[in-house]
Write a protein that binds this ligand. Structure first.
Ligand SMILES: [Zn+2]
Length: 238
C-alpha cells in the first residue's frame, strides 16, 4: 500500500491515488520517472508521489499477470505503460518518494502539553531526516509519560514494565515502548554506528502514537462520550 507520514496531518496514512500517473518524457528504454497525485485518507490533503521504474518489461509482465486481470493488451503503447505504472503506484509494493517532504510537527489533542510538545518535536525531526533525533525524542517522551504517571524509579526498562504492571499500558504497548527504548538507548549511549533509517523512525513514531493514544486520548474520548450520554439523559428526563 502506498502510505507515508502525511506532511499535513502527521498521521501514518494510506495514500489513495487520484487520477492517472504522468511521466517525465523518455525514449522508452531504460529507467523512467513518473509522478502521481495522492490524497491522504486521514485529512484529504494531497501529496505528490515520484515513482522510479527501472524495469518496464518486468512491470508490464506483472501487470498483465496480476490476480483477477482480464484481457490485457501488452503492447508497449504509452497508454499501456501508464496503466501498468498506475496499477503499481496504487499497489502494495509501491516504492514512492513523497513531496512535500516536510511537515511541521504533530498536534495532539487531550495530551499534557509537555508530552505533546516532545512527541511533536520527534515528528519535526523526522520531517528533516533527523531520524536519530526523532528516535531519541520518542524515547524521552516515553520516559516523560512514565513520570507523568508517577513512575520515577529505576531504569527506563523498569518504568515501562511498571506501567504495564499497573495497567497504564497493555502488554502489547509495553513491548512497543521497549522497542522505542532499545533503539533510543543506542542513540542515547553514543552507539552512533547503529543506522536509523526512515522506516525505523516511522515505526518508532507509530509505536509512540499508540502509547499516547492509549494512555491519554482514548480515556478522554470515553469520558467525553459519557458526558454526552448523561447530558442527553438529563434532557430527556426534563
Ligand atoms: Zn493527512
Amino acid at each position: 500500500m502506498a502510505s507515508r507520514i502525511c506532511w499535513h496531518c502527521s498521521n501514518q496514512s494510506h495514500m489513495t491515488l487520484q487520477g492517472r500517473v504522468s511521466n517525465v518524457p523518455y525514449d522508452g528504454d531504460g529507467s523512467s520517472t513518473w509522478f502521481a497525485m495522492y490524497t491522504c485518507d486521514e485529512c484529504g490533503f494531497a501529496s505528490l508521489g515520484r515513482i522510479e521504474v527501472n524495469d518496464i518489461e518486468q512491470l508490464m509482465d506483472a501487470y498483465a499477470n496480476r490476480p483477477n486481470a482480464r484481457y490485457v493488451d501488452s503492447n508497449r503503447t504509452f497508454e499501456n505503460l501508464r496503466a501498468a505504472v498506475g496499477w503499481y503506484a496504487n499497489g502494495p509494493n509501491a516504492d514512492v518518494d513523497w513531496y512535500p517532504v516536510k511537515g511541521l510537527g504533530k498536534e495532539y489533542e487531550d495530551v499534557p502539553t509537555d508530552i505533546a510538545s516532545a512527541a511533536s518535536e520527534a515528528y519535526s525531526c523526522f520531517f528533516i531526516n533527523a531520524n536519530r533525533a526523532a528516535v531519541l525524542l520518542a524515547r524521552t517522551t516515553i520516559e516523560a509519560i512514565a513520570k507523568d504517571k508517577g513512575i520515577t524509579k529505576g531504569y527506563l526498562s523498569d518504568k515501562i514494565d511498571e506501567m504495564a504492571k499497573q495497567g497504564i499500558v497493555t502488554d502489547q504497548l509495553r513491548d512497543e515502548a521497549h522497542e522505542i527504548r532499545h533503539l533510543g538507548n543506542d542513540m542515547a549511549h553514543g552507539d552512533l554506528n547503529v543506522e536509523v533509517n526512515e522506516e525505523d523512525a516511522e515505526d518508532i513514531l507509530g509505536f509512540l502514537d499508540s502509547v499516547i493514544d492509549y494512555v491519554y486520548q482514548q480515556p478522554m474520548a470515553i469520558e467525553k462520550r459519557k458526558r454526552l450520554r448523561e447530558a442527553r439523559k438529563r434532557r430527556s428526563k426534563s
